[in-house]
Structure formats: structure tokens, C-alpha cells
Design a protein around this ligand. Structure first.
Ligand SMILES: [Zn+2]
Length: 155
């Protein structure tokens, strides 16, 4: 099930999506009328299956062909995985920020940090450590930079 929260500011609609995207998900119905610009907050999307991916691509391609400006923000790890796998899942310039996975070196707690894609490029994908919210120890980036940030690398 996919839940949505919407905020409207003039020509900009922001939708925050939470849940999973699968065969029963109707993005057009969930999101509704889109003005000129659409911000999609993706941090709550835990899962997207292959049928969900097809529906996603079709829906957002449709909006692009109508000239809508799309921005994807705080993309969850599940969404980043698809962005890396499928070239037309999002357009290159549309991904504004993503969530990055961290693992505490001491207590093993999994954390996420939000990073703007422009900042990630600036720091050359050298991800600084976080402070673990549970034990205060050092939490370090828990993926492979070449893979997780693949979609941001110049080709
Ligand atoms: Zn910890």
C-alpha cells in the first residue's frame, strides 16, 4: 500500500510517498492532478517490485511528455537501486537528493543520511562518517561507492 501526503504551492505540487510500489499501485490516482512542477519525496518508499517499476517509468514518462518538471528528493535505498539499474527510471538532472546507508562500527545499528547529489559530486563521493544515534560511536558508509553512486558518475 502506498500512502501520499501532498502540499501545493502555486505551480508546484510536492508529494511524499510512503510504502511500497507494486502491481496494485496506481500512481496517477495516488498523485492526482500535477501542475507545472512536481517534487516527489521518496524517503518512505521501502519497496518497489518489477511491475511497480514499469508503472513508475510509464507514469513519469507521461508527465515529462506533457512538459512537467520533475524532482526526486531523499530517494530511499530501494529507489537508488532502481535509478542505478534502469537508465530511464529517472532523468539524470531530476534527482536532487538521496538517502545514504550507514552502519555503526560498534553496535551495528543501520542509519541513513540525506545528501544532495550536487554535494556528493563536490566531495567526490568520499562520504564522511556519522555519529550513531544509538550509542554515539562512529557510523560509516555501508555500501560500495562505485555502485551506489554509479548514476552520478560521469560517463
Ligand atoms: Zn552505535
Amino acid at each position: 500500500v502506498l500512502k501520499v501526503e501532498k502540499t501545493n504551492e502555486g505551480n508546484l505540487l510536492t508529494v511524499s510517498l510512503t510504502g511500497s510500489i507494486e502491481e496494485t499501485t496506481d500512481l496517477a490516482k495516488v498523485i492526482g492532478d500535477v501542475p507545472g512542477e512536481l517534487n516527489v519525496l521518496c524517503k518512505g518508499i521501502g519497496r518497489i517490485n518489477s511491475v511497480g517499476v514499469k508503472g513508475w517509468i510509464k507514469y513519469f514518462q507521461g508527465l515529462r511528455s506533457q512538459g512537467k518538471k520533475l524532482r526526486f528528493q531523499q530517494c530511499s535505498t530501494a529507489i537508488v537501486e532502481q535509478i542505478n539499474l534502469i537508465s530511464n527510471f529517472t532523468e539524470r538532472d531530476e534527482v536532487e537528493s538521496i538517502l545514504v546507508p550507514f552502519l555503526c562500527d560498534d553496535c551495528g545499528t543501520e542509519l541513513v543520511g540525506a545528501f544532495r547529489t550536487t554535494d556528493l559530486k563536490k566531495i567526490g563521493f568520499q562520504i564522511p562518517d556519522l555519529k550513531c544515534s544509538k550509542c554515539g560511536s562512529k557510523a560509516s558508509f555501508d555500501d560500495i561507492a562505485e555502485e551506489y553512486f554509479h548514476f552520478l558518475q560521469d560517463v
